[in-house]
Design a protein around this ligand. Structure first.
Ligand code: DGT
Ligand code: CA
Ligand code: CA
Ligand code: ZN
Length: 591
């Protein structure tokens, strides 16, 4: 069977989408390739086996039509794609480096390549320094300065890590594979993936087994493993999909919990936990908890039998602490909280009852109102708000008064039919995502908004305005009694674009004063508010809303990414408004 992996094909399709976008191709064609790449990235079985199965067809897969099925076949057979080769002839590689600079879209990148003959990001940096960019048509000194600042962002290794959601897809396939190995007794993912960080540097795995060699061989033979980078007696590192490194450690049963604790980290948490152990005359390492040979500060050679280490509970218990959820292990105040039995009871995905931010085909969503609602029912939600864009977002064919009222009438009819045979499975709220205008105010008037059940206010334009302007626009929206929640309050896109310049403390203060909710946007690129800001909001008494901002039925599945971020912020169910029943939520809404 073909040696071309699903990840290879997904990568090629992503690349094709980038190249088509650069060339200014049809947005639907670009979207089809991206969407296919996502489908393929999430498949458990290999495309080669789907094609080989006479009872099935590649076109049965979501978003794969005859044309894409043909492209997949070409890749499986030859490892190459003619279309990609053609595109690569036309688009220079430097184009992609340029497009990673925040604010540089395909058009500007193209102009820079054509006018300056750039071959690298460094070349662009130099051109900015020498003032050559400012002289180009459509650029100017201000743009040049912004580009120069953003090159630093694009080059920063902190902005070149894998998103948690992508790492998670790899991790799930990997865990499935490792569980198939007969010599594996237990396997867990560790590291930053387990802590739910928004981005991941590499994937860490801990396995319990008496036969390390067999386990390491099994990882080496994972169809998605492209290289073995290092191999020792009980540890190995390999290269997996998207070139991510995977570190595996094999331990015996008595040490599994200790190893899992150690490799979950964070480093800062481990340092604090270990120093607490030393104060108690103990030493924690990846094999277990041991009495120290001499008293604290003199030596820390462990001695004698392990006081525990088979599971994590034992490790924490040995130093007088309850088990600490991985999401809190960042070396902040979690050990103090644990010591005083004051750890929060973190919100869970099962607590979430509603999703209050999503789009349909009325604006820039991929699926219809009915499909979104059906998908929400299938996910067990008891209420949703449909929040298509307001009229300012012309790129997404934002709704004016007339089209919005028509959609709301449609929602009324949908609710009626849902309630026709007894209690409805779900209630659909009439919502809208209004835009905070550059000059202040919202893009739909109050006499329309007063008819909504739920109003999200977001800032999509004028993101480069100075701090006081941006802050004033958001605070003004917060002070509008008709605004329920501020959507993605800082506007950052992970790895792509920094937050706009906003006084987040002023935003939190205004939200607390007015009873306005703040969003934790669950989209893996956004996660906005982030964990630190969400924790600050909680401290000020602001209620958070975790929302998917789904633009397709599949988009509803990112709720868990938002929940992870909320857990890292230490939020409990009561801090999150959409864990309430709908009547409770309505009571919580500001009047
Ligand atoms: P990443 O991979 O950059 O997203 O972040 P982590 O936290 O997964 O870091 P990684 O993969 O380097 O190491 C996994 C865990 O192993 C880390 O969270 C804690 C532990 N660890 C690694 N190196 C050290 C170290 O030098 N000291 C201590 N105390 N722990 C370490
Ligand atoms: Ca890691
Ligand atoms: Ca690692
Ligand atoms: Zn939205």
């Amino acid at each position: 069977m073909s040696r071309v992996t699903n990840a290879d094909i997904a990568t090629v399709f992503e690349h094709v989408a980038d190249l088509l976008e650069y060339e200014g191709d049809n947005v639907f064609r670009v979207r089809a390739y991206r969407s296919a790449a996502r489908t393929i990235g999430g498949l458990v079985e290999s495309l080669a086996s789907v094609r080989a199965d006479p009872a099935r067809s590649l076109t049965d897969l979501e978003g794969i039509g005859a044309d894409l099925a043909g492209k997949i076949g070409e890749l499986l057979d030859s490892g190459r794609l003619g279309l990609l080769a053609e595109l690569e002839k036309r688009v220079p590689p430097v184009a992609f480096e340029l497009m990673r600079v925040p604010g540089l879209g395909p058009k500007k990148a193209k102009a820079l390549v054509a006018e300056l003959g750039l071959t690298s990001l460094d070349g662009l940096e130099q051109a900015c320094r020498e003032g050559r960019v400012a002289t180009l048509k459509g650029f100017g000194a201000k743009t040049q300065a912004a580009i120069l600042g953003n090159i630093g962002f694009a080059k920063d290794p902190a902005h070149n890590r894998l998103l948690w959601n992508d790492a998670d897809a790899i991790m799930r396939g990997l865990l499935d594979w490792m569980r198939k190995c007969p010599e594996v007794r237990r396997v867990e993912g560790a590291g930053s993936w387990r802590r739910g960080r928004e981005t991941i540097g590499d994937l860490d795995l801990v396995v319990e087994s008496a036969e390390a060699d067999a386990v390491m061989d099994h990882l080496g033979s994972w169809p998605e493993t492209s290289a073995v980078l290092l191999r020792g007696d009980t540890k190995t590192s390999v290269r997996g999909p998207h070139d991510v490194q995977i570190d595996l450690r094999v331990v015996e049963g008595g040490s599994f919990g200790a190893a899992l604790q150690y490799f979950t980290g964070s480093k800062e948490h481990n340092v604090k936990l270990r120093s607490r152990a030393r104060e108690q005359g103990l030493s924690i390492n990846e094999y277990g908890v041991f009495p120290l040979a001499s008293t604290a500060g003199v030596g820390d050679l462990p001695r004698g039998r392990s006081r525990g280490g088979a599971d994590e509970k034992e490790v924490y218990g040995a130093v007088g602490l309850p088990w600490i959820p991985p999401e809190l292990r960042e070396g902040a105040d979690e050990i103090d909280l644990a010591e005083h039995s004051a750890l929060p009871e973190l919100v869970e995905i099962g607590d979430v009852r509603g999703d209050l931010h999503m789009h349909t085909t009325a604006t820039d969503g991929e699926d219809s109102l009915a499909d979104m609602v059906r998908a929400a029912i299938a996910r067990g939600l008891s209420y949703v708000a449909i929040t298509d864009h307001g009229q300012r977002v012309t790129m997404a064919r934002g709704l004016d008064r007339k089209r919005l009222l028509r959609q709301w009438a449609e929602i009324d009819r949908l609710n009626e039919s849902l309630a026709a045979d007894g209690p409805p499975p779900i209630v659909v709220l009439k919502g809208i995502e209004v835009d905070m205008l550059e000059k202040g105010g919202l893009d739909l008037p109050d006499d329309v908004l007063v008819q909504a059940d739920w109003v999200v206010a977001s800032l999509h334009y004028g993101q480069n305005q100075p701090r006081d302007r941006i802050t004033a626009r958001i605070v003004e929206a917060i002070e509008n009694p008709l605004v329920s929640v501020i959507g993605h309050p800082t506007g950052r896109l992970i790895n792509r674009r920094p937050a706009y310049d906003v006084d987040i403390e002023a935003v939190i203060e205004a939200a607390a004063r007015t009873g306005t909710f703040l969003e934790i946007n669950a989209n893996p690129w956004r996660l906005d508010l982030d964990d630190r800001h969400a924790a600050a909001a909680k401290r000020s008494g602001v209620k958070l809303v975790i929302s998917t901002d789904a633009h397709s039925t599949r988009g509803l599945d990112v709720m868990r990414c938002g929940v992870l971020q909320a857990r890292r912020a230490g939020l409990e169910a009561k801090d999150v408004a959409n864990t309430r029943t709908l009547p409770q939520l309505k009571k919580l809404l500001k009047k």
